[in-house]
Ligand binder design. Sequence first.
Ligand SMILES: Nc1ncnc2c1ncn2[C@@H]1O[C@H](COP(=O)(O)OP(=O)(O)OP(=O)(O)O)[C@@H](O)[C@H]1O
Ligand SMILES: [Mg+2]
Length: 241
Amino acid sequence: MTFGVCETGIEELDAQMGGGFPVGSTILIVGSSGSGKTTLCMQFLVNGAKKGEKGVFFTITEPLFKLTSNLEKFEFFDRSLVDDGTITIIDLRIIFERLGLDAEKYTVEDTNALLGVIKDIAKELNVKRLVIDSITALCYRLQSKEMIRDFIFKLGTFLAAKECTTFLTSEIPPKTFIFSQYGIEEFIADGIIFLGEVERGGDLIRTLQIVKMRGVDHSRIKYAMSITSRGIELAPLLKTR
Ligand SMILES: Nc1ncnc2c1ncn2[C@@H]1O[C@H](COP(=O)(O)OP(=O)(O)OP(=O)(O)O)[C@@H](O)[C@H]1O
Ligand SMILES: [Mg+2]
């Protein structure tokens, strides 16, 4: 069941999906290191926040101060959205510490405790957009594919009911066309956005492709993607030199 669309503010991407991602969907943002996953997620949160939709960003891979100092270089970013609480950025490692989750691998109880905290935060802040950067680093701490499946499924179901759209970043090795580290994440997600690259005349061009989006009639064409101080912008690959 969908309730409407959730705009990313990235025109071509929204247009491909009839205005935006289905509200309440869980999207896997897949790419190798430096492919633009964090930037895409932040642009998605900021665009929502500018329309008054609250968002939360859970980071595992980058410390808060680095994340915010990178963000400040983008024109789309507005510090006041963080200051007034429209966007909340949380270091998940602090939650791990508070829950006493110091083991390398979590038990089922540990995992449920973590899920409970994330759900409570989403509920309390009444967020409409949520990001976990990265789901790969989180899944690394779960002991089995079943636990990974269960975690993402339960989180996605809870957030869908709250009409909260979710981006999970998935780290893959360079030059590969796979969607996740554990081979599970992509099956539970409603959508997959693949950030890759192609070589053109000796230059490496960033690309973005909608690989899957349940319930949406979309093409799977590759867009040329640029990251500049304006953030992420797309253009049809065929038209770029
Ligand atoms: N302000 C900026 N202006 C132009 N390009 C930028 C800017 N900030 C970042 N970039 C480009 O974006 C790339 C990193 O993007 P991002 O951090 O979103 O990637 P990522 O996929 O999250 O990487 P990782 O997996 O390492 O976290 C940088 O390597 C740089 O090329
Ligand atoms: Mg990143």
